[in-house]
Design a protein around this ligand. Structure first.
Ligand code: SF4
Length: 433
C-alpha cells in the first residue's frame, strides 16, 4: 500500500508554492497525499512567522503531528518555513521532531527523509544561491504560480522576513522559462510571478537581466495568455518595467503594491524607501498606461509611533488615492526587529479600531471600482474556471471575478481563455488570494 504524506502551509503564496513542490516530490516517489488531520506516514509543516498568530498556528500544527507520532512512532515529522528558520530551538523543545529544514533546502526534503542526520540546518543569511524547487502541478488548477525570487535586503523596521528568508536571490531565467513551458503543456494559460520581494529580481546579479527582461521572454511563449505579477515595492516600478507594460499584450492590469503607511513621518521611521508623493507618482504612471487597472495596496494598522494624528494622515492619503482594494494587516510585534523595541507601541484596541477604519475605506474603493468597470464596459479577459452555484466563473485580468450564466461556447471545453466583454452576468472584485 502507498505510503501517505500530509502537508500544511501557513503564510504567503511563496510558502504555498514550496509546499506544492515538496508534496510533488513525495507523489513522484509513490506517496499519496492525505488531509493533515488524517493518519499519515510523513507530516510536513511549512511554517510562517509574519505575525504572532501565524507563529501560534504553526506551533499548533506541529503539536497535532506530534500527537500522531505518539500513536505511531514510525511517523516522521518535518518542519520547515520562516517560523522554524528563526526558532529552531523552540521547535525542538516541542518534542519528537525528525527534521527541521532551513528555508533554502526544501527541495532536499524527499532525499533526506530516510537520512535525517545528513541534513545540516543552515543560517539563511549565509545563503547566496536561489534554491531550484520545481513542480509541474499546481494546487490552483487554473493559474500557475511561479516563484522567481527569494529573500529581501530591505530590513524594514517592523518586518522579520529578511531574517527568515535571507538575502535577495533570483532564479535562473532558463529554469523559469523551462517550468512555464512545461506547465503550458499541462494546459495552464495564466502565470503569476512571485517572490518575497519580486521587484528585486536580477538585481544581485551582474548580467543586467532584470524583471522586465524576464517578462519580455515569458511574453514570447505563445501558449502563455496572461501574466500576472504578485506584489512589487512602489520604488521598483522601473522605467524598463513600465516600458514593458506599455507594449505587453499579456500582462494583467492588476498590480499589488505595499504602501504600509500613508504618511512620510512613519514611512521614514519604518525605513521605507519612498514618500507618499513617490507612491502617488507610481500609481499615476500605472494609470497612465492602464487607466482601468486594478490596484491593490498593503497597509499596516498601528505601527509603533503611529499617533492618532499620523493615522489620520494615512486615512486622508488613502481616501484621496485612486485604488481598488486594501489588504489591511494589524501590526504584530516581531521579535528581533527594530520596531519591537521602539517606543510608542499602539494599544491592541486601537490597532483593531484602525484596522476597521481602513477596511471601510477599502470597501468603498472596491465598490467604486466595480461601478467603473460596469459603467465603462471594460474589456475583461480570463481563464474560465469550474462551474459553481449555476455560474461559470473566471478571475479576470483586472482581478474582478466574473460569473457567467450562459454556457454556449463554454460547454465545448472545460477550460477556456476568452475575452468577456459585456458578457458578464455578475461581477465582484476579488480582494484576497
Ligand atoms: S521590503 Fe520590507 S516589508 Fe517587504 S519583505 Fe522586505 S523587509 Fe519585509
Amino acid at each position: 500500500m502507498n505510503k501517505k504524506i500530509a502537508g500544511i502551509t501557513f503564510g504567503c503564496k511563496v510558502n504555498q508554492y514550496e509546499t506544492s513542490c515538496i508534496l510533488d516530490d513525495f507523489i513522484k516517489a509513490g506517496y499519496r497525499v492525505v488531509d493533515f488531520n488524517q493518519p499519515a506516514d510523513v507530516y510536513v509543516i511549512n511554517t510562517c512567522t509574519v505575525t504572532n498568530r501565524t507563529d501560534y498556528k504553526s506551533r499548533n500544527a506541529i503539536r497535532k503531528a506530534i500527537k500522531q507520532k505518539e500513536k505511531n512512532p514510525e511517523v516522521k515529522i518535518i518542519v520547515t518555513g520562516c517560523y522554524s528558520q528563526r526558532n529552531y530551538d523552540e521547535i525542538m523543545e516541542l518534542g519528537n521532531i525528525d527534521l527541521i529544514v532551513d528555508n533554502n533546502s526544501k527541495s532536499k526534503i524527499m532525499n533526506y527523509i530516510n537520512h535525517v542526520d545528513a541534513l545540516n540546518f543552515r543560517d539563511i543569511l549565509e545563503t547566496t544561491e536561489f534554491e531550484e524547487i520545481f513542480t509541474s502541478t499546481m494546487i490552483d488548477k487554473t493559474r500557475a504560480y511561479i516563484k522567481v525570487q527569494d529573500g529581501c535586503d530591505y530590513y524594514c523596521a517592523y518586518c522579520a522576513v529578511p531574517y527568515a528568508r535571507g538575502h535577495s536571490r533570483s532564479r535562473k531565467k532558463v529554469n523559469v522559462l523551462k517550468q512555464i513551458q512545461k506547465l503550458t503543456e499541462e494546459g495552464y494559460k495564466e502565470f503569476v510571478l512571485g517572490g518575497i520581494n519580486l521587484g528585486l529580481y536580477g538585481r544581485e546579479q551582474n548580467d543586467n537581466y532584470f524583471l522586465s527582461h524576464l517578462l519580455i521572454d515569458i511574453e514570447k511563449i505563445e501558449e502563455v495568455k496572461l501574466i500576472r505579477l504578485s506584489s512589487i515595492e512602489p520604488q521598483l516600478f522601473s522605467d524598463d518595467l513600465l516600458a514593458f507594460f506599455r507594449k505587453s499584450k499579456k500582462i494583467c492590469p492588476h498590480f499589488h503594491i505595499p504602501l504600509q503607511v500613508g504618511c512620510d513621518e512613519m514611512l521614514s521611521h519604518m525605513g521605507r524607501k519612498y514618500t507618499v508623493s513617490d507612491f502617488s507618482s507610481t500609481i499615476q504612471s500605472i494609470k497612465s498606461i492602464f487607466p482601468d487597472a486594478a490596484i491593490g495596496i498593503d497597509v499596516i494598522a498601528g505601527l509603533p509611533g503611529e499617533t492618532e494624528e499620523l493615522f489620520q494622515k494615512t486615512q486622508n492619503f488613502l481616501t484621496s488615492l485612486d485604488f481598488t482594494y486594501l489588504h489591511v494587516f494589524p501590526y504584530s510585534r516581531r521579535p528581533g526587529t527594530r520596531a519591537e523595541k521602539m517606543s510608542g507601541q499602539v494599544h491592541g484596541s486601537n490597532i483593531r479600531k484602525r484596522t476597521k477604519l481602513l477596511t471601510k475605506i477599502s470597501a468603498k474603493k472596491t465598490q467604486e471600482y466595480i461601478d467603473f468597470i460596469v459603467k465603462n464596459s471594460v474589456m475583461l479577459k480570463g481563464v474560465i474556471e469550474n462551474k459553481s452555484n449555476g455560474f461559470w466563473t473566471a478571475l479576470s485580468d483586472h482581478y474582478v471575478r466574473i460569473f457567467l450564466q450562459s454556457k454556449t461556447e463554454l460547454e465545448k471545453k472545460y477550460l477556456h481563455f476568452l475575452p468577456l466583454q459585456k458578457r458578464f452576468d455578475g461581477i465582484e472584485v476579488k480582494t484576497g488570494d
